[in-house]
Design a protein around this ligand. Structure first.
Ligand code: NAD
Length: 355
């Protein structure tokens, strides 16, 4: 299959980790007989320096014309003093909005080889964790009407959702559950919020089209508790924007390894932008210290969710597993006293494991 991928390396460690993911994608293409082509675009601080804005129009256009987008990270101290629309992070919002991405996928996977990085007790974790948090990205309280009264001593933010917005995220979540363990837990605050009542009614109705997927409901406060008490009960969690923002961070932190966690932002047609959850790590940029695995696993998600290539995605995930089995560790995932490898050597090992 031929696929065109827009690359947005961004700032800091972005170019290093995206470079390794490209080598891994090339290795997948060679092994499975695909042709991936790459178009590199500017966004973030590097775009501010070169073009005077964080998201140049040509970048958005190139991403729109591609089959999928792979992004590194944006931002850094050099641009911290810039205000408002000139901040590098505006590129992320501009890309998500401009590409119509409304669904955020945040897997929280604990590789058994890295179990010691998990802050939870061994008996809670068992032989690993594999949760997918599906977060609505463009509605809810972050995008509702907001303001202050005339005196400025009262403020409000409005949470609103339409049936159509809930329906499309629910459909995506059920579809993803079909590729996993066929369980969806919908998280809301149905006992208090009217938007949650609409959410629950809609998700329950959509579930009828997916009779092979088991649906449960949970209040968000309980979900926050259950994630640390018994995280293995979850397969797919689907929830609205703000709840998802908080729960996806909580779920990922119980894996303990920021350099290992990929993410995706999708549309209903499965076009997507893929990126690690970590930032541009300016403290280690250009030092061959960054862990490229979060970005490499983001590329695996691209193969699974946008290109419908599950065997290819699994090949990458297994290659990462084999390299961890062999004891290779970048500094961020190494135990005290353990030998470490750099970004490039980790990329080499994963490419070798794939071949
Ligand atoms: P960060 O995620 O960049 O770094 C936090 C810590 O984790 C640092 O010590 C860093 O060295 C380490 N780290 C992160 N990724 C790593 C990797 N792949 N391998 C090894 N170690 C890794 O968060 P921060 O320091 O708060 O932010 C730095 C910059 O990144 C800021 O400008 C921030 O705005 C930006 N940022 C961007 C994104 C994004 O592009 N999606 C997300 C978060 C932060």
């Amino acid at each position: 299959m031929k696929k065109q991928i827009a690359l947005v390396p961004g700032d800091g460690i972005g170019p290093d980790i995206v470079g390794e993911a490209v080598r891994v994608l090339d290795a997948v293409a060679a092994r499975f007989g695909h042709a991936f082509t790459f178009a590199e675009c500017l966004a973030g601080g590097v775009a501010i320096d070169a073009r005077g804005e964080p998201l140049p129009a040509e970048t958005l256009q190139a991403c729109r014309g591609a089959d999928a987008v792979l992004l590194g990270a944006v931002g850094g101290p050099k641009w911290d003093a810039l205000g408002g629309s000139q901040r590098p992070e505006k590129a992320l919002l501009g890309l998500r909005g401009g590409l119509g991405l409304f669904c955020n996928l945040r897997p929280a996977v604990l590789f058994s080889q890295l179990r010691d990085a998990c802050p939870l007790r061994a008996d809670i974790i068992g032989d690993g964790l594999d949760i997918m948090v599906v977060r609505e990205l463009t509605g809810g309280i972050y995008f509702g009407d907001r303001g202050r009264n005339a005196a400025g001593d009262e403020a409000y933010d409005t949470m609103r959702y339409s049936v159509a917005e809930v329906e499309r995220i629910a459909r995506l979540a059920f579809g993803i559950a079909r590729q996993r363990h066929r369980r969806v837990c919908s998280v809301d605050k149905h006992n208090i919020l009217e938007t949650s009542r609409l959410w629950r009614e809609t998700v329950t109705r959509v579930a009828r089209d997916f009779p092979d997927v088991a649906l449960s409901h949970m209040y968000v406060d309980n979900a926050a508790m259950q994630l640390v008490r018994n995280p293995r009960q979850f397969d797919v969690i689907v929830t609205e924007n703000m709840f998802g923002d908080i729960l996806s961070d909580e779920a990922s932190m119980i894996t303990g390894s920021i350099g290992m966690l990929p993410s995706a932002s999708l549309r209903l047609d499965h076009f997507g932008m893929y990126e690690p959850i970590h930032g541009s790590a300016p403290d280690i940029a250009g030092k061959d210290l960054a862990n490229p695995i979060a970005t490499i696993l983001s590329a695996a998600m691209m193969l699974r969710y946008t290109f419908a290539m599950p065997a290819e995605a699994q090949a990458i995930e297994q290659a990462v597993g084999r390299v961890l089995d062999a004891g290779l560790r970048t500094a961020d995932i190494a135990a005290k006293g353990e030998a470490t490898v750099g970004t490039r050597a980790m990329g080499d090992a994963i490419v070798d494991a794939l071949a």
